[in-house]
Design a protein around this ligand. Structure first.
Ligand code: NAP
Length: 342
């Protein structure tokens, strides 16, 4: 049995691998990875992607796909969006799977910064299998949050809020339901469904009594992030505690929160407020990405999104990069990146 797929260049195979990678879940401890195995003259022998922690890595899935098609991958080139791993985690090292399958060369788009998992390219080279880095913007975008988390050794932090045109997060009486319209709220639920955790302070739990679930079209999304309540006060009896998937962190130090989440293999968290908690994360330089949903609403009084960040002069202002705007009904989502160097 053979395949009759059109021949691919290595660059085209990498495009395909990126498309495959996007099939994997955005949440979870592992990154999204895709792999295409090319044979002589660009014949596509097998392809696969990683479906989440505990399932085969993309390289192993691609080898299995070739076997299922009755195709021999010996002498082939594995084109993979992330450097093959060199360690045994929930599954065995991909460098061993590739070596045992007789793969002759590897091209990868993103180097793995993981302490344990990284170094696969060197191992392959030592075994006489050339491993070539071929950067790909799509592969970098798919792994951006995971890579940042692995490099920093803490979860990627998205600070999210809904604010009025005059920068208020709530009215003077504490009400904030609803500053934004349904389109903005639906979008925010989509973001929740792609991360591992959502965090708020006890103030928000006590005033708003949120469920902190991810919903799509009014229904609970298939993936529900861990709900995290930060602070000392007793919030038991509030709706967030109805689901067992909740973590209380009795601390005011955002680093404690991130350490507790890292221990639970959280790679991305949305910090949703309120202003006290958001300010604490921003003050400590622990926000990678801001999602500000801005409504054409004025309140004139009530808590501002952030309080004193210790910034006294313009040159010290926190300035976002790679800024994106998205109209959502009457509201606008502004996404800005605050991380440096990634
Ligand atoms: N528009 C929006 O997007 C949005 C989102 C969320 C909330 N809100 C609004 O925000 C208001 C609540 O504001 P908030 O500031 O009280 O809420 P919060 O930030 O959720 O909670 C503040 C509480 O968290 C604890 N805490 C955690 N980390 C802290 C730190 N680093 N420093 C000090 N305290 C810390 C403290 O409580 P303990 O004493 O228990 O430790 C503190 O009182 C409500 O009106 C709500 O409607 C708006």
């Amino acid at each position: 049995m053979t395949t009759a797929r059109a021949p691919l260049s290595v660059a085209a195979a990498m495009d395909r691998a990126v498309t495959l990678a996007a099939n994997g879940p955005a949440y979870g401890p592992n990154p999204r990875v895709g792999c295409v195995i090319l044979g002589a003259e660009g014949a596509e022998l097998g392809e696969g992607w990683h479906r989440g922690a505990g399932t085969p890595h993309a390289e192993v899935a691609a080898i299995a796909d070739a076997r299922a098609r009755g195709v021999d991958v010996r002498g082939g080139t594995a084109v993979v969006t992330l450097e093959p791993c060199a360690h045994t985690g929930r599954t065995g090292p991909c460098v061993d799977a590739l070596t045992q399958a007789g793969i002759a060369a590897v091209t990868y788009a993103v180097a793995d910064p993981g302490n344990a998992s990284g170094g696969g390219a060197t191992v392959l080279e030592e075994r006489g299998i050339p491993a070539t880095l071929m950067e790909h913007a799509g592969a970098s975008a798919l792994t951006h949050r995971w890579l940042t988390a692995m490099r920093l050794g803490r979860p990627y932090v998205i600070a999210k809020w809904a604010a009025t045109l005059d920068g208020r997060m709530a009215a003077a009486d504490g009400t904030s339901v609803w500053i934004t319209g349904p389109e903005a709220r639906e979008h925010a639920h989509g973001v929740r469904a792609e991360v591992d955790a959502i965090a708020v302070g006890t103030g928000t739990v006590l005033i708003d009594d949120p469920q902190l679930s991810a919903r799509a079209g009014g229904e609970d999304a298939a993936h529900q992030p861990l709900r995290v309540v930060i602070g000392h006060r007793d919030t038991s009896g509030r709706r967030v505690w109805r689901d067992p998937n909740v973590l209380g962190v009795a601390s005011h130090d955002p680093r404690d929160v991130l350490a507790a989440l890292w221990e639970r293999e959280v790679r991305a968290v949305v910090v949703e407020g309120g202003p006290t908690v958001l300010s604490a994360f921003l003050r400590e330089g622990l926000v990678d990405e801001v999602h500000a949903y801005i409504a054409p609403v004025l309140l004139g009084a009530g808590p501002s999104v952030v309080d004193d960040l210790g910034i006294g002069t313009m040159k010290d202002a926190l300035r976002g990069e790679h800024v994106n705007f998205q109209p959502l009904g009457a509201d606008t989502l502004v996404i800005a990146h605050l991380s440096r160097g990634f």
